[in-house]
Design a protein around this ligand. Structure first.
Ligand SMILES: Nc1ncnc2c1ncn2[C@@H]1O[C@H](COP(=O)(O)OP(=O)(O)O)[C@@H](O)[C@H]1O
Ligand code: SF4
Ligand SMILES: [Mg+2]
Length: 318
């Protein structure tokens, strides 16, 4: 298996009147070609910031990233243009991310107009092909986004991301604003597209059932940091970090023979502004003790399974 993207010690801080917001703070991980990494964590933990940094919608504060082995941490001009073709993003809310004054056809054609020298016929052929691929009826090509239902709008958002034949796509909560009945259709479309075109996805969600459905590997984020990462099955079978255990305990279950105890998180959420050096989950963790004031980093706790917790061995009898 080969790595498409390697991220090392990546950080993104924002200046705020109260101090530096550590939105993404020293994260490292690898995205394998053709696979889906699910990125989960509560609202505000830095998922979107990480996703946007990976596609260069925003620039990193520190750290490095490579794409197909080449350093792409800081890009300009032609190199940035080329990278943009390869790395795209699908947003949560297609309503606010699609220009209401453009028709479906214009929206899909725009990236081609900016990046490729196509004739009018080529533009029309290619956009009609894309509408087929993502399942939008041709009769809708002159419609405006606000005339479409949520599912179709998101299909337009997906088509726009595919126009330039990218290799990598960040899916930032692409089904979170859709009706449950439509969510499965869009997830299946994204998985079919991956089978057909070999896309590599970073799939961002706060919904553990969605991540279970779509990912091969999972990264759990808490307040700007990765706290646990492993293969999906390993993570669902053996969650090791106290925060991941709480997240998983909140998934509704339909199996009456496996009643679960929901772990409720209490305590204040630590502020992402100038955070103290220790474990950021400490204020909500029932296992927190003196050691947890020391900085914590990801370590292999089981084969291929990395956890950032000082007490991971005792808590899990490893
Ligand atoms: N442009 C920005 N300026 C200042 N702070 C920001 C900006 N974007 C995000 N943040 C802050 O960074 C943190 C992470 O936000 P975000 O990446 O949107 O989280 P998530 O997608 O997990 O909900 C939050 O504290 C948020 O308020
Ligand atoms: S390092 Fe300490 S506070 Fe943090 S998750 Fe582990 S036990 Fe809890
Ligand atoms: Mg977000």
């Amino acid at each position: 298996m080969s790595a498409l993207i390697e991220v090392e010690h990546l950080s993104k801080f924002f200046k705020s009147p109260r101090g530096m917001v550590h939105a993404v703070d020293d994260v490292s991980f690898v995205l394998e070609q053709g696979k889906t990494v699910g990125l989960v964590g509560e609202s505000g933990c830095g998922k979107s910031t990480l996703g946007r940094t990976l596609v260069h919608l925003i620039e990193p504060t520190a750290g490095s990233m490579t794409f197909e082995g080449k350093d792409v941490t800081h890009l300009k001009g032609k190199a940035m243009n080329e990278f943009r073709r390869n790395a795209q993003i699908i947003f949560q809310d297609p309503y606010s991310s699609l220009d209401p004054r453009q028709t479906v056809q214009d929206i899909i054609q725009e990236p081609m107009r900016l990046h490729l020298h196509y004739s009018k016929e080529e533009l029309e052929r290619k956009s009609s092909e894309l509408m087929d691929i993502v399942g939008i009826e041709k009769r809708l090509r002159m419609s405006y986004p606000q005339e479409l239902d949520g599912g179709r709008r998101q299909r337009v958002g997906i088509a726009r991301a595919l126009v330039l034949n990218p290799k990598f796509i960040v899916c930032d909560e692409p089904v979170s604003s859709l009706d449950v009945s439509i969510q499965a259709q869009i997830l299946n479309l994204l998985m079919d597209l991956q089978d057909e075109f070999g896309f590599t996805y970073l799939f961002i969600t706060h919904d553990m059932s969605v991540v279970r459905h779509i990912s091969s590997k999972i990264c759990v984020m808490y307040l700007g940091q990765m706290v646990e990462t492993s293969d999906k099955h390993e993570l669902f079978d053996h969650p090791l970090h106290p925060y991941t255990k709480a997240l998983l305990s909140a998934i509704p279950t339909t199996d009456i023979h496996a009643p679960k105890q929901r772990i409720m998180l209490k305590g204040e959420i630590t502020s992402p502004v100038n955070p103290a050096p220790g474990c950021r989950f400490a204020s909500r963790c029932i296992y927190a003790d003196e050691r947890c004031k020391q900085p914590v980093e990801l370590k292999e706790a089981r084969p291929g399974h990395f956890v950032a917790c000082h007490r991971v061995k005792e808590i899990n009898n490893l």
